[in-house]
Design a protein around this ligand. Sequence first.
Ligand SMILES: [Zn+2]
Length: 240
Amino acid sequence: MRWEGNDLVVEILFSQAGLATQVLVGAGSTYLLFDAGDGTLRDLLERGVSPQKLAGVFITHGHADHMASLWGLLGYLRAEGHTESFTIWYPQGACEVAEVLAAFRRCYGSTIPYELADHPLSDGELVRVENVEVLARKLEHWHSIQGKPLAPAPALGYRITFLGQIVAITGDTAFHPGLEDLLRGADLALIEATWEEPGPKGLHLTRAQAEALAQLAQSVFFIHRRDGRVLIQGDLRQFS
Ligand SMILES: [Zn+2]
């Protein structure tokens, strides 16, 4: 499922709650991945997109359905003899991401042919990649087992600006006051809409909450649903 703006393409490669979410953003000649759940390599290669085109990956939080393919991506680039730098941006304190990066460096050290950069992000931090700006905003998501919340997980939403266009991505989040700032005025919003009925506090948005937030943006992808279906709202000519 794709949305096209001005020299800007956003493609939901796959998104299903608990299984995997990965989103490709092509802004001019800059390609960025937002989350890298299971199957990311397959999804990219099936579409004819070489992982070597990516400048890096922005991870929303450290849960497996958003980063299980991180090792695969890093290993693929190493095996292909990639030489450009590759950056992983992720929420400060997301130990899952930091540990995968540390293990990869421990295993392969000086035989990693590319510069593997990692950049933990805090609320309000702004990153520039070529002509793309990405603003990190802290949201609320919890670690859980069988739907039982255990402890808060560092979680970020991202607001991307390119050629005056704005794409906002919530990642996984409970309802949080920061969502309005993140989504307001976006040309395209990717809003998680995990639940049909309200669930435990701190975990996810319901579809009704997601639909209310969708009023803040021009066009919307509702993602991270339990049935794996991506729903859209907005000018249908921009979607394919
Ligand atoms: Zn998730």
